[in-house]
Structure formats: structure tokens, C-alpha cells
Design a protein around this ligand. Structure first.
Ligand code: TTP
Ligand code: MG
Ligand code: MG
Length: 359
């Protein structure tokens, strides 16, 4: 087996941290980001909460009404999720990470795997991790937690060990020692059912799992599941860091002056569209949809997109569509726009073949 150095990065209380950065006045208060179905009636689910709110027992997925009860008599702030903004930040972070990795895989909106170059040792990996943390802090004022290990499994578990703002490094010859004392629930993907099953058998730690009777496990939960548990308990993970094809190309800029009409955005749109087009041409891609992102002076983000009838990588076509989208936006909204982005979506290779995962 070839020696690898894999780094896993997960942003700390991601949506809530972005909200905190956007509005420093709420920092230090319990912050709950909510997916509301009815905001006035406090209906919906908690998307995430900052660590202050978590101390009161607030968790992702719980009903907003329950979080409200837990935080009664505090100065808690409940905010609706602003997905566009989180996507934009996520994309920016991805761009930073790309420059540090031989291979980069985005596992979720706030989670990434990086495979470092083959001859990078653990010391170098540590330096890279520190540089990445600083770059994200400097550019986005966000903290993250990083784990480094010889494979994805170990890197991911390590990243969760010292949240927030953690950095945990597991040397290849320390893997078993690292795993043995952990509870079985630390293995990613172990659901409630498996956890209950193992605990009922007296298997609570990874050491106990490693020493368990696997023939018996295989009999009871199937060969595949038991085999997967055994490999995890031994710290074995052969899966590769999968570099997906690009799904979108986008460029953003901060305006010199606040814009309140599409006409005021024309220069910026021209430049951004031309940059997006160049990037598409360089990667031998066409787009079948074009989007704009508009961010106002209160940091609220809005996006609009349109599917076009034939694929393009022509800057003037992108610019025209983006301009129409901005006109449409201003006809419906009176906002003061500070940042603008142009995005090419639904990418396909020039040969006409769809790139994987676009649809
Ligand atoms: P996570 O990385 O699981 O959580 P987190 O970043 O908020 O906190 P942690 O410091 O523990 O990493 O998820 C990333 C984002 O995904 C999170 O900020 C909000 C969103 N999310 C949901 O909307 N619903 C959910 O149930 C979960 C788990 C996450
Ligand atoms: Mg996170
Ligand atoms: Mg995550």
C-alpha cells in the first residue's frame, strides 16, 4: 500500500459562524440558524447553532420551537438560513484549498479532503495545515478544524477531535493507539442502529470492536457490514481522494460604488463574464446555465439563474444573460449592491459530453 498523507478540513459551526462574522454584534450570544417553514409560528428545524447555543443543548435537526425553549431567558439570536451566502463562502474556501492540494475533494458544503503531494511528510503536512487555517482566517475570518492522517478515515476522525479551531495529526504508526480508546460512534457512518447493536453486545470502544468475534458479527449483521467495521477498527481505508469535475465556474468582485440598477453593473458584468468565459475556454467547457450573485450592503446574498437554449463559452453571451438577470433582480428589489458575481453552471465538455454530477 502506497504511503499517503490525507488532510480533512471541516469548518466550525459553519452557517452560524458565517452569520457571526457578518454581524459581529451578535458574537458571543447563542446563535441558531434555522430552516423555517413558518418563521412567525417558530416552525422549522435547526440547521446549526454556535457553540454558545450548543451549551444549552441546541443541536442540528431539532425543532426550532425546542431550541427556543432551551434558550429561554437568554439573548439568543434566531436567523433564517442564507444558503446563497454559505455557498459563496464555501466556494471561496475551495478555491484557497485548491492551491495547496495535489487532489481536492469536496465532501459537503463545509468539508474537504486534500491529498498532499506524495513526498510530503507529516511535518510538512502540519505546516500546510497551519497555512490553510491562516489563509481561511485572514480571507473569511472563519475558523476550521483539520485532521491529518494516512487515509481519509483517520483524517476525518482526527478533524473532529479538537473542535473548534483544532489541528490533530495522527502519525501512521500511531493509528491503532489513536483509534483504540475512541468510542465506536466516532467511526463515520455508524448509525444509531449499529451503535445500539454493538453496545448491546458490550462493544463500546474501537479496541473492543477490533477484538470482537467477527465471524459472529458477520453472521448477525452480514459479511459486508462486519467487514467494513473490522477495517475501520483497524484504521484501514483504501478509498481515494476523488477530484470531481468542476461543476461551475464563477468570479466575484467588490464594486467601487454601491449599485442600485443593472446599468451601474455593466462594467463589472463585462469583466466578470469575460473572465468566466476565459476559464471555460481554458478548461474546454461550455455552460448551459448562467447565474448572478448579488450581495447587498447588509451582506444578504441573492442569486438568479437561467438555462440557455444552447451551450456557450462566449463572454458576450454570458454578459448579456447576466445583465438580463440583474435587470430582473432590480425590477423586483430595491437593494444597494456591494458585491457581484457571475457564474457559469451546468457545464459540459466542448465535445458535448456531460461532466459527471452536474444534474
Ligand atoms: P456540520 O459540519 O455537521 O456542522 P457545523 O459546521 O455547523 O458544526 P461543527 O463545528 O460541529 O462542524 O455541518 C455543516 C453545515 O451544514 C452546518 O453549519 C449547517 C448545515 N447542516 C444542516 O443544515 N443540517 C444538519 O442537520 C447538519 C448536521 C448540518
Ligand atoms: Mg462543520
Ligand atoms: Mg461538516
Amino acid at each position: 500500500m502506497e504511503k499517503r498523507v490525507v488532510l480533512h478540513l471541516d469548518l466550525d459551526y459553519f452557517f452560524a459562524q458565517v452569520e457571526e462574522r457578518k454581524n459581529p454584534a451578535i458574537a458571543g450570544k447563542p446563535i441558531v440558524v434555522c430552516i423555517f417553514t413558518d418563521q412567525k409560528a417558530w416552525k422549522g428545524a435547526v440547521s446549526t447553532a454556535n457553540y454558545v447555543a450548543r451549551r444549552y443543548g441546541v443541536r442540528s435537526g431539532m425543532p426550532v420551537s425546542q431550541a427556543k425553549r432551551l434558550l429561554e431567558n437568554t439573548d439568543a439570536v434566531f436567523l433564517p438560513a442564507n444558503h446563497e451566502l454559505y455557498e459563496e463562502v464555501s466556494f471561496g474556501i475551495r478555491t484557497i484549498l485548491a492551491s495547496y492540494a495535489a487532489k481536492l475533494e469536496q465532501a459537503s458544503i463545509d468539508e474537504f479532503y486534500l491529498e498532499l503531494s506524495k513526498d510530503a511528510g507529516m511535518e510538512e503536512a502540519k505546516e500546510i495545515a497551519i497555512r490553510i487555517k491562516n489563509a481561511i482566517l485572514e480571507k473569511f475570518k472563519l475558523t476550521c478544524s483539520i485532521g491529518i492522517g494516512p487515509n481519509k478515515l483517520i483524517a476525518k476522525i482526527a478533524a473532529g477531535m479538537q473542535k473548534p479551531d483544532g489541528l490533530t495529526i495522527v502519525e501512521p504508526d500511531k493509528v491503532q493507539e489513536f483509534l483504540d480508546n475512541l468510542e465506536v460512534e466516532k467511526i463515520p457512518g455508524i448509525g444509531k442502529k449499529t451503535s445500539e447493536y454493538l453496545r448491546a453486545k458490550g462493544i463500546a470502544t474501537i479496541r473492543q470492536l477490533r477484538l470482537a468475534n467477527f465471524a459472529e458479527l458477520a453472521e448477525e449483521i452480514g459479511k459486508n457490514a462486519a467487514g467494513a467495521l473490522r477495517e475501520a477498527a483497524l484504521g484501514i481505508d483504501r478509498s481515494e481522494v476523488k477530484e470531481e469535475q468542476q461543476k461551475q465556474v464563477s468570479r466575484m468582485t467588490t464594486l467601487k460604488e454601491v449599485a442600485e440598477s443593472a446599468a451601474e453593473l455593466l462594467d463589472a458584468l463585462k469583466e466578470l463574464s469575460s473572465e468566466v468565459a476565459q476559464q471555460l475556454q481554458m478548461s474546454n467547457m461550455m455552460c448551459k446555465a448562467i447565474g448572478v450573485i448579488l450581495i447587498d450592503d447588509k451582506m444578504a446574498a441573492y442569486s438568479r439563474s437561467v438555462t440557455i437554449s444552447f451551450p456557450t463559452n462566449d463572454g458576450s453571451v454570458i454578459e448579456r444573460e447576466a445583465y438580463e438577470l440583474c435587470k430582473e433582480f432590480f425590477s423586483e428589489n430595491k437593494k444597494r449592491i456591494r458585491r457581484i458575481g457571475v457564474r457559469a453552471e451546468k457545464l459540459e465538455n466542448v465535445s458535448g459530453q456531460k461532466t459527471l454530477g452536474n444534474f
